[in-house]
Design a binder for this molecule. Structure first.
Ligand code: MTE
Length: 327
């Protein structure tokens, strides 16, 4: 199975759209950011930056102090971010996850920690939620298919969890395993991918403060179709590195296999850093279409940035590496 190049946005059903004004425009955001900065001068303690859509339980997060964690671009409308998804366990069509993911049971839920750690074990999701203070981070998400969104995630740096489980000296990579339960996930009946959906990071990538365990978005708990109850968000890599509905985090010595690599190794490498200079074998990666910027094949496209614009924060992780080889 292959991911497909972006052929233009099919607008969601009107009932799925929330009012456009939920997405703050740049000027409103700057005003809000300025106001909270005045009220609470200490970095990282300011209140949330976005209005809640009021669809799910609130999950507030304080504005993050992590460098690069708050872009000032216009947010993607909540209705678009929750109706145009990739979550193959619920079907391969962009509208399938929103339609089918209501069968996902997010409680009880545990995340197992395995492998090269001094403190392996299993965390109940409600314990994990309280492990570190919730932060709101506005990240660009660039899909390998050529579209992107700007989403206010709620969660905290994966490094917080990694430090607590004390990796051994043998832990060089981290593998992320997501839920594969046929009873809840109709997409598993198809063999589009080798289930469960697995992904991986190098240890230093996993420890980078921008790498996030996200429990919510837009000030609310994670919608099922976006990867409830907890997913990864790695903003400088193509979206497929950010596994949804995580059940296991495994610390390993050797570079782990990933589902997309197994499915098409020439197309999806382990690193998968956003890189406008390395084309996908079947399409260019030089530009992207921001979801919500108007539909159709002829919509205005933006230039894709190296590392999705996070080069100042993550570029040094790849110093000396040939990124055409390690794509
Ligand atoms: N995680 C799982 N478990 N299954 C998937 O199919 N798709 C990935 C990623 N995580 C996927 C997944 C891809 S290709 C992308 S682009 C992002 O999720 C999409 O996230 P979003 O739907 O929240 O925008």
């Amino acid at each position: 199975m292959h991911l497909i190049p972006d052929r233009g946005f099919q607008h969601p059903h009107p009932s799925e759209i929330t009012p456009r004004d939920l997405a703050l425009n740049r000027r409103q955001w700057l005003a809000a950011a300025g106001a909270t900065a005045l009220a609470l001068p200490a970095a990282g303690t300011a209140g949330a930056q976005v209005a809640r859509p009021g669809k799910l339980a609130a999950l507030p997060g304080a504005r993050s102090a992590v460098p690069g964690a708050s872009t000032i671009e216009k947010l993607t409308a909540h209705g678009d971010a929750t109706s145009y998804n990739n979550f193959y366990e619920f079907g391969t069509d962009k509208s399938d996850p929103a339609r089918n993911a209501h069968t996902l049971k997010t409680r009880p839920w545990t995340v197992a920690i395995e492998g090269e750690v001094r403190k392996p074990g299993s965390f109940d999701i409600d314990t994990l939620l309280k492990m570190a203070p919730m932060e709101e981070r506005i990240y660009r998400l660039r899909c390998v298919e050529g579209w992107s969104m700007v989403i206010p995630w709620v969660g905290w740096s994966l490094a917080e969890l990694i430090k607590r489980v004390e990796p051994t000296g043998n832990a060089r990579f981290v593998q992320f395993v997501t839920l594969a339960d046929r009873a809840q996930m109709p997409g598993l009946r198809s063999s589009v991918l080798d289930w469960p959906y697995v992904e991986g990071l190098r240890m230093d990538e996993a420890m980078h403060p921008l790498t996030m365990l996200a429990f919510g978005m837009y000030g609310e708990v994670m919608p099922n179709q976006n990867g409830a109850p907890v997913r990864l968000v790695v903003p400088w890599k193509y979206g497929f590195k950010s596994g949804k509905s995580l059940v296991k985090i495994r610390f390993v010595e050797k570079q782990p296999k990933t589902s997309w690599e197994v499915s098409a190794p020439e197309e999806y490498g382990f690193y998968s850093n956003v890189n406008p200079k390395v084309d996908h074998p079947r399409w260019s990666q030089a530009t992207e279409r921001r979801i919500g910027d108007g539909g159709g094949l002829f919509a205005k496209r933006l230039a894709t940035q190296m590392f999705n614009g996070y080069e100042p924060q993550v570029g040094q992780l790849y110093a000396g590496m040939d990124l055409k080889k390690f794509y």
